[in-house]
Design a binder for this molecule. Structure first.
Ligand SMILES: Cc1cc2nc3c(=O)[nH]c(=O)nc-3n(C[C@H](O)[C@H](O)[C@H](O)COP(=O)(O)O)c2cc1C
Length: 177
C-alpha cells in the first residue's frame, strides 16, 4: 500500500489520530494545508482527517472539490468531534449531508472518532461561539432531542481521544477494495 495521511487540526486531536494511523500503516502524516490535490497522484490510498466545526469536516474540500483527481484511489475520511459516536443519526445524516452534497463517493468510507474540547484552550472566537450556541439552545421552549444534546455538549470539557477507535479504519485501508 502506498498511503498518505492528511489532516487538519486546530487543537491537536485530529493530528493525534493522524499520527496514530500513520504509525500503524507506516506512512507519513502531513498537514492538509501544505498539500495540493495534484500531489496525491503517487498514492493509491489517501486517509483524510478533520475536526468537526458546525458539522463541517475541516478542510475536506481538498478532496470533495477535487474528486476527479482522486477518483481511482481508496479513500478513508475520519472526523473528530465531541458528539458521542453512538449518535448515528447525527453522523450518518447531518454530517454527511453537510459535507457531501452529492452523496459519499463510492471509493470513500467515512469514520467518526471521539475528539477533544478543552474549554480553557479554545480561541476567543471559538469560546464565544460555544457560549452563544449554548445560550441560543437553552432558550428554546420545546427543544428537540438534538437541541438538548447540543446544550450538554457545550459543556463537554475533556480529551476523549482513543487510539482503539482507529481499528475499523485500519481494517478498511488494509483490506481489499
Ligand atoms: C466552535 C466549535 C464548533 C464545534 N462544532 C462541533 C460539531 O459541530 N460537532 C462536533 O461533534 N464537535 C464540534 N466541536 C468540537 C470539535 O470538533 C472537537 O473538539 C474536535 O476534536 C477538534 O478537532 P481538533 O482538535 O483536531 O481541532 C466544535 C468545537 C468548536 C470549538
Amino acid at each position: 500500500m502506498n498511503a498518505i495521511v492528511l489532516y487538519k487540526s486546530k487543537y491537536g486531536s485530529t493530528k493525534q489520530y493522524a499520527e496514530w494511523i500513520a504509525e500503524e500503516i507506516g506512512c507519513q502524516a502531513v498537514e492538509a494545508g501544505r498539500v495540493r490535490a495534484e500531489a496525491l497522484a503517487p498514492y493509491d490510498t489517501v486517509i483524510y482527517g478533520g475536526g468537526l466545526y458546525a458539522e463541517v469536516i475541516a478542510g475536506l474540500t481538498l478532496l470533495t472539490k477535487n474528486m476527479e483527481k482522486v477518483k481511482d484511489k481508496k479513500i478513508a475520511v475520519f472526523s473528530t468531534g465531541i458528539t458521542p459516536i453512538d449518535c448515528r443519526d447525527y453522523y450518518d445524516r447531518l454530517v454527511l449531508e453537510k459535507n457531501f452534497k452529492n452523496g459519499v463517493p463510492e471509493n470513500m468510507r467515512i469514520f467518526n472518532f471521539p475528539g477533544k474540547m478543552i474549554l480553557s484552550e479554545l480561541s476567543l472566537p471559538h469560546r464565544t461561539a460555544i457560549k452563544a450556541l449554548k445560550k441560543l439552545m437553552s432558550g428554546k421552549e420545546n427543544p428537540t432531542e438534538m437541541e438538548r444534546l447540543l446544550v450538554q455538549l457545550c459543556d463537554a470539557d475533556g480529551d476523549f481521544t482513543d487510539k482503539t477507535a482507529i481499528a475499523p479504519l485500519l481494517e478498511y485501508v488494509r483490506g481489499e477494495k
